[in-house]
Design a protein around this ligand. Structure first.
Ligand code: UDP
Length: 194
């Protein structure tokens, strides 16, 4: 796997559409996939916080979310093809999920925001099966969310808890599912809810 190393973070050499295609292939192959779309804020946090760095290094793929990362790679004379953002990856995956009737699970944001996201997805992507939606304000020790994900067997779990919670939640829980993509999407639910 070709990667570009920026401050100890291996950025996967890919572009937005190839990446979505790759994730779709992994969904079909029933492979477990942890995606981190890392912006400069994540890179800086990883530099300062070794635990957080270890958390994100567990990802299957780390992509360059932010022009700052792409510019840094260019300066290092090891360019990346372009940005691969959390929001665009989520939108691309929703399109694929709609066409292929994939199951998705939504975790994060406030209940009111989440309700709007569920409604928008039902309206705009009728082929998608939403197999679970839980707001992002829960007691960290409770296990019922991952238990629900395990039972629902989503192809994709979008986790919108912000940095670093979303990466920590995925790293702690992904080993309990057999397959599917799990990715942190930051404020994307708020953006979709409008
Ligand atoms: N969020 C959440 N639970 C929390 C903290 C944040 O569900 O304990 C949600 C918040 O409602 C928002 C999303 O996480 O929808 C992203 O938050 P923010 O914009 O702060 O994160 P960033 O995109 O900057 O990582």
């Amino acid at each position: 796997m070709k990667c570009v190393n920026i401050m100890g973070i291996p950025f996967f050499y890919t572009d937005q559409s190839s990446f979505i295609q790759l994730l779709d292939e992994r969904i079909q192959q029933k492979k477990r996939t942890f995606v981190v779309t890392a912006n400069p804020e994540i890179v800086m946090k990883a530099k300062e916080d070794a635990d957080f760095k270890n958390t994100i290094l567990q990802a299957t793929y780390i992509t360059a979310d932010g022009i700052g990362i792409v510019k840094a790679a260019k300066l290092l004379k090891d360019p990346l093809p372009g940005r691969v953002t959390g929001f665009d990856t989520m939108m691309g995956l929703l399109q694929v999920a709609n066409e292929k009737r994939y199951k998705i699970f939504l975790l994060g944001a406030k209940q009111e925001t989440l309700d709007k996201v569920v409604e928008k997805i039902k309206t705009n992507y009728p082929g998608i099966q939403i197999v679970g939606a839980r707001n992002g304000y829960f007691d960290w020790k409770q296990n019922d969310i991952i238990d629900q994900v395990i039972d629902a067997k989503p192809d994709i779990t979008f986790v919108a808890l912000g940095v670093p919670k979303q990466e920590q939640w995925i790293a702690e829980n992904i080993h309990r599912v057999e397959s599917g993509v799990m990715m942190g999407v930051g404020g994307s639910f708020d953006a979709i809810a409008g």
